[in-house]
Design a protein. Structure first.
Length: 252
């Protein structure tokens, strides 16, 4: 599997064709810590730089007409990191929502989340819920922040809710299919991501959108997330548009 290499002086990337624009893009934000280490900076500096990249990419998604974008911000496994780093990330989330809210809202962005946010500090929960309530009627790109999120946990949680509904007579198991199952996932019945982007050189999903990624196209790059640009996003989309998506069928 090839990995896109970073370019020191990249040429201007062309705009993707509007006819085959993905409606949903998932992004695994990776490489903040390594980016900081290479510069002799603390990991916190890498996370702060990564927040700047979110601003750039969400603006570009809005400009291109992407309907949904999901940023993998904090996984169920990230609690294994040091208490200091986890605390910094929680504080950074609150600052991001407070500092970026007005600009995001002015640009029509819906600020939403997926994951078990009840496991987050109360102040984080409040900021997330408030941001959604204040932007839910916007008409721009729908931005999901995946927080305390794990794809396996999402599937288990969905199965648990389905089991309870069936037990209480509110669901006939015979009527359950893939489409119906997806409505029990955190984000409900939104389109599965046609494109999943992972920078920083790793070639795995890391428990991200496991159910939804069944037929996603993947675009990997060795560019660290803080260095990821709008041009890189356009390259990924142009590459996606050149692929032959057959969904298990054959080319006619």
């Amino acid at each position: 599997m090839s990995v896109e290499q970073p370019k020191v002086c990249p040429n201007q990337a062309p705009d993707p064709s509007p006819e085959r624009m993905p409606s949903h893009i998932g992004i695994i934000m990776d490489g903040n810590g390594r980016w900081a280490k290479e510069r002799g900076m603390p990991r916190s500096a890498g996370h702060q730089a990564g927040v700047e990249t979110i601003r750039t990419i969400i603006k570009e998604c809005n400009r291109l007409g992407i309907r949904y974008v999901t940023f993998y911000a904090f996984s169920t496994e990230n609690w294994k990191r040091s208490e200091q780093e986890v605390g910094f990330l929680m504080d950074l989330l609150v600052l991001y929502l407070r500092n970026e809210f007005q600009e995001l809202s002015d640009n029509g962005v819906v600020i939403d989340h997926i994951g078990d946010i009840e496991g987050l500090p109360p102040v984080c929960q409040k900021e997330l819920l408030d941001a959604y309530e204040r932007t839910k009627n916007n008409t721009g790109v729908h931005m999901y922040l995946a927080l305390n999120y794990g794809g396996q946990r999402e599937i288990v949680d969905a199965a648990r809710r389905i089991a309870w509904e069936a037990k209480n007579g509110r669901l006939n198991p015979e009527e359950l299919d893939e489409k119906k199952f997806s409505t029990y996932l955190y984000a409900g019945d939104i389109p599965s991501p046609e494109l999943i982007i992972r920078p920083s050189g790793e070639l795995r999903l890391s428990n991200f959108l496991l159910y939804q990624a069944a037929y996603s196209e993947f675009w990997f790059s060795s560019i660290a997330w803080p260095d990821f640009t709008a041009q890189d996003l356009r390259r990924a989309i142009v590459d996606y548009q050149a692929r032959d998506r057959r969904f298990g069928g054959v080319k006619s």
